[in-house]
Design a protein around this ligand. Structure first.
Ligand code: DGL
Length: 278
């Protein structure tokens, strides 16, 4: 009897609901692919974690993906890309895609004075400036860390007047530099698209790396000859924290309430003491 092939999924992970902005682009550009989504909500936010912590988290997540019939991983978290992707890629044979390179390539096509809003860890790492100037050394880059955005989004406060005030403060130094392009350097931030657009002059071009990593994934699967031709199975949503909290926040961006599984990762579910940070 012929052995039935197990369907192979794309693994997408983030600290929380930010990766849904990438998932939406994967649905648009890779409509036949099945996905397993992991949100490491027990350890959220990632944006002020150390390199050592993020590397360990990513190692654990990719190891778990390997047990889940995953054929490719999309790092739907800029912080993980900035701090750990290079190291982790050397440890696994799975193709692992990041957002920063596709985002940088897209940004240089839009303008010369490029602002990046990102988590404090991504901004401090300088990963976007490096990637952008490697593609086009004539571009100028300003990066602003926005520590309050992710907690506000995860608390379902994207539309609060307070969120708008905070956004205004974060954008101010970039507007003073007269940027012509703004990159969403954190996958949570497209969830603030409405408020951010309302604060930006209309000539500033917005770059969402989510779209560009999805098209890069499509090309890579094609190249590897691993594109799915069958209709996809339902996305599996998994989290390390509270499934109901994730479902509650995610539903507005998914258009339906997802069924969410709780996954036990050793590090995520045996609380790391905060003082173990670098
Ligand atoms: N959405 C992630 C990123 O793109 C992580 C944000 C966080 O947890 O601070 O960086």
């Amino acid at each position: 009897m012929r052995k039935l092939e197990k369907p192979q999924r794309i693994g997408i992970f983030d600290s929380g609901v930010g990766g849904i902005t990438v998932l939406r682009e994967v649905y648009r550009h890779l409509p036949n692919e099945s996905v397993v989504y992991f949100g490491d909500t027990a350890r959220l936010p990632y944006g002020n974690r150390s390199r050592a912590e993020i590397t360990e988290f990513m190692r654990e997540i990719i190891t778990w993906f390997e047990t889940q019939e995953v054929k490719m991983v999309i790092t739907a978290c800029n912080t993980s890309d900035a701090l750990a992707l290079e190291t982790i890629r050397q440890e696994f044979s799975l193709p692992i895609l990041g957002l920063i390179l596709p985002g940088a390539r897209a940004a240089v096509k839009q303008g010369k004075r490029i602002g990046v809003i990102a988590t404090p860890a991504t901004a401090q790492s300088n990963a976007y400036r490096r990637a952008i100037q490697e593609v086009d050394p004539t571009c100028q880059v300003w990066q602003v860390g926005c520590p309050e955005f992710v907690p506000l989004i995860e608390q379902n406060r994207a539309n609060d007047p307070y969120t708008r005030e905070v956004a205004e403060q974060y954008l101010r130094p970039l507007l003073q530099q007269q940027i012509d392009t703004l990159v969403y350097g954190c996958t949570h931030y497209p969830h603030l698209d409405r408020v951010l657009r309302s604060l930006l002059p209309s000539h500033i071009k917005l770059v969402d790396p989510a779209l560009h990593v999805a098209t890069a994934a499509a090309q890579e699967l094609e190249l590897l000859g691993r594109t799915s031709t069958k209709p996809p199975t339902a996305t599996r949503f998994c989290v390390s924290g509270s499934p109901s909290q994730f479902a509650q926040v995610a539903k507005q961006w998914l258009g339906c309430t997802p069924r969410v599984e709780k996954i036990y990762l050793r590090g995520a579910n045996s609380l790391l003491p905060l003082d173990s940070r670098e």
